[in-house]
Design a protein around this ligand. Structure first.
Ligand SMILES: Cc1cc2nc3c(=O)[nH]c(=O)nc-3n(C[C@H](O)[C@H](O)[C@H](O)COP(=O)(O)O)c2cc1C
Length: 363
């Protein structure tokens, strides 16, 4: 048995030195986090098949095969309609409301391809092709938020691939464990991205108690070593972190957005369904403020709302307008205050957690 309080069963399962999972869309961050002792999960939900293949190869060339891929695959992905066909079904009232926001805030038209249209959650064929690509690639871990189709669990099990399910409620955790999830990410309300209504401090011990056999990974607002130490005390086997890495030196987040994140506090984020149709924590922006104000039309369900939003987001990003841009950011952003190398971020989180846990032992 290791004397290191940070050596948990998650380290043994994932083959990492630290019980820290780094979720990132940036392959440079994934490589640096792995070298720093974390386990990296690369978010590929918005990438084309060629991009997924290219990214897996790029990361593998640098650190070998021990990393994971995250896809967002709602269990009830819509029919086989193309994103264009789905877009054409958006009600005129909603299109007009979106156009009004674009006019009011002077949102430029996109100059690049609209990225959200590639999302696997839009279309069963895209989702299936993404899954096949990732399974074929031989990565040892696949993570999914918002559920996943049954065949993914079956095929992952047959190939010895470990499945991580991100959940925002205990009933979802029980259902995903029943389907064969090997690890559960108990993600609190504090988290960046799609998230439920229960805070990290409540959901982590609740799920850990409900599923004592399954390693539970705490997520949501975890940006310091104190958060890591607290997560272990709450019954988690480790932490899953996203916001923490967005402003790292290696991160490819637009420097304009990095600046906003470095200056932001938790209350500058909002948990809004206006981006994707499902509650998602992001930095406040005109789109979230207007849709969430009184008088807005009822929000559409995913993927309709997501496709409706995609033009605004792409226009804002292409024009690099800080007043319009947004990003998924969690409430722990208060502690993300400087641009540092990934290795320094991981080391200070681990050092602080060991220090805090050590002081308890000394008492
Ligand atoms: C910029 C960004 C994009 C995200 N995109 C995804 C995604 O595509 N798939 C996913 O499962 N989770 C996604 N998440 C959520 C993370 O996996 C993670 O659960 C969350 O960041 C944890 O909360 P924290 O940011 O407070 O650490 C995203 C998070 C961030 C910060």
């Amino acid at each position: 048995m290791s004397d290191d309080p940070l050596h948990t069963r998650l380290c043994d399962i994932l083959g990492s030195e630290l019980p820290i999972v780094c979720f990132t869309h940036c392959r440079e961050v994934a490589v640096a986090a792995t070298r720093a002792g974390c386990f990296a999960v690369l978010g590929e939900a918005l990438r084309s098949m060629e991009e997924i293949e290219r990214d897996i190869g790029w990361v593998r060339d640098r650190i070998g095969s021990n990393f994971g891929i995250d896809l967002v695959l709602p269990a009830r992905a819509p029919r086989d309609a193309t994103p264009e066909e789905i877009y054409a079904e958006i009600p005129a009232e909603h299109l007009a409301f979106a156009e009004d926001i674009e006019a009011r805030f002077d949102v430029p038209a996109p100059t690049n391809e609209v990225v959200l249209r590639k999302w696997g959650g839009n279309n069963q064929k895209i989702a299936r092709a993404q899954i096949d690509m990732v399974l074929e690639s031989g990565v040892p871990v696949i993570a999914t938020g918002l559920g996943a189709p049954d065949f993914l669990f079956d095929e992952a099990r047959a190939r010895g691939v470990k499945m991580i399910a991100l959940v925002g409620a205990t009933r979802q955790a029980l259902a995903q464990a029943e389907r064969g999830a090997d690890m559960i990410v108990a993600q609190g309300y504090d988290a960046a991205g799609h998230t439920g209504g229960v805070g990290t401090f409540s959901i982590v011990p609740e799920i850990a108690a409900a599923l004592p056999e399954v390693p539970v990974i705490a997520a949501g607002g975890i940006t310091t070593g104190r958060h890591l130490a607290a997560s272990l005390c709450l019954g988690a086997a480790g932490v899953w972190t996203g916001t923490l890495w967005l402003t790292s030196e290696e991160s490819d987040v637009d420097p304009i957005v990095k600046e906003r994140i470095l200056a932001a506090d938790g209350d500058e984020t909002t948990r809004s369904a206006s981006i994707s149709g499902k509650t998602m924590r992001v930095l406040r922006c005109p789109w979230t403020e207007v849709w969430d104000a009184e008088g807005a039309p009822d929000l559409l369900k995913s993927p309709y709302q997501m496709l409706l939003t995609s033009r605004y987001l792409q226009g804002a990003n292409d024009a690099r307008r800080p007043d319009l841009m947004t990003e998924a950011v969690g409430q722990g952003v208060h502690f993300v205050r400087d641009e540092r190398p990934v290795a320094a971020i991981a080391a200070s989180m681990a050092d602080q957690a060991r220090d805090v846990l050590g002081r308890f032992r000394a008492r």
